[in-house]
Design a protein around this ligand. Structure first.
Ligand code: F6P
Length: 359
């Protein structure tokens, strides 16, 4: 019978356990494939930290947040800076290849985001059989319309914005809420629209603080007593974007602290005189149980992965395209980021209802 290793890598998100369960149940019960659980992402394979998964391990985990396997941001092809030895990257990759062979794996199933799929592709090039499943609250993986974890995070972020409305109203305040999303604005755009944000700032549309203030003052003059500003953690100003363009470099924030939310709030208060408060929603967006959509999506990706395993079709990431689960070659996915395109329908939707996008 076949023997398959499974790992979760990168930041956790709701739906990882649902996906593990989907792969394992289908592979184990339908196809009789043996499943080896690998701890803490690629690090577990480097260190040989593995255990066979039995039915009791993957039954009953559908609704659990996080990952029963543990995760890490280990990038085996890249020394992480703390490593003095520049060969550390390749030694780690070699260890993975060696342990893959030692464990007599037929394939490695990786559940992760962009970094995970880049590594998956490099391992494929090194001769390993790999299948990827796209997870992240950021929804920024190339090749799939949606990733699991995203819609659960949208639910949490939307509820947070809903809750800010009543306190903003009571105190006549501007409420800035900073959301995650890495370098993509999907989470902020969706939650911002769902929560009725008055200003939505995403990395793909560099903002101008004066336009934001003008919009907030106009709202106040119209008798609107409060405003909600949803800002993505990766949002950048026009000035920063132009500077990066001049230097032909990607914009890099100097430090995560103080976060962009505080930076924006300070400027709003200074320029408009309006009382402003900040909420940084942070890891609440990643924790907890997956919503029904993500449970279904993760399960569908999982069972589709088991089908590929049974057929011996390796080297793909499962993707959702036009409501169908399809395999996409890893080389198409690796190293590409799916950001919000400027002509995305939801950007005009937001503009059509008078939302300020900061430009
Ligand atoms: O990729 C998911 C994500 O939550 C991003 O939205 C965020 O920028 C990042 O991970 C935080 O990473 P870490 O878990 O390493 O702090």
């Amino acid at each position: 019978c076949k023997r398959v290793g499974i790992l979760t890598s990168g930041g956790d998100c709701p739906g990882l356990n649902a996906a593990i369960r989907g792969v394992a149940k289908s592979a184990y019960y339908k196809y009789g494939i043996e499943i080896i659980g690998i701890s803490n992402g690629y690090r577990g394979l480097i260190e040989g930290d593995v255990r066979p998964l039995k039915a009791k391990d993957f039954d009953g985990i559908l609704t659990r947040g996080g990952t029963i396997l543990g995760t890490s941001r280990e990038k085996p092809f890249k020394p992480d800076g703390r490593e003095r030895d520049s060969d550390a990257g390749s030694r780690k990759a070699d260890a993975i290849i060696e342990n893959y062979k030692k464990l007599k794996l037929d394939c490695l199933v990786v559940l992760g985001g962009n970094g995970t799929h880049k590594t998956a592709y490099l391992l494929k090039k090194a001769g390993l059989n790999v299948i990827g499943l796209p997870k992240t609250i950021d929804n920024d993986i190339w090749g799939t319309d949606v990733t699991f974890g995203f819609h659960s995070a949208v639910d949490v972020a939307t509820e947070a914005i809903d809750r800010l409305h009543s306190t903003a109203h009571s105190h006549n305040r501007v409420m800035v809420i900073e959301l995650m999303g890495h370098k993509a604005g999907w989470l902020t755009l969706y939650a911002g629209i769902a929560g009725g944000g008055d200003v939505i700032l995403i990395p793909e549309i560099p903002y101008c603080i004066d336009s934001i203030v003008e919009h907030l003052v106009k709202r106040s003059n119209q008798g609107k007593e409060f405003s909600i500003v949803a800002v993505a953690e990766g949002a950048i100003s026009k000035k920063e974007a132009n500077l990066a363009k001049e230097k032909k470099k990607k914009h890099k924030k100097e430090s995560k602290y103080p976060s962009i939310g505080y930076e924006i709030a300070k400027k709003i208060e200074k320029k408009s005189g309006m009382e402003t408060r900040v909420t940084v929603l942070g890891y609440l967006q990643r924790g907890g149980t997956p919503n029904p959509y993500d449970r279904v999506l993760a399960t569908a990706f999982g069972t589709a992965a088991a089908d590929l395993l049974a057929m011996g079709r390796y080297g793909y990431m499962l993707a959702m395209r036009n409501n169908h689960v399809v395999p996409v070659p890893l080389e198409e996915v690796a190293g590409r980021l799916k950001r919000v395109p400027p002509d995305h329908g939801l950007i005009s939707t937001a503009r059509d209802i008078g939302t300020c996008l900061g430009d």
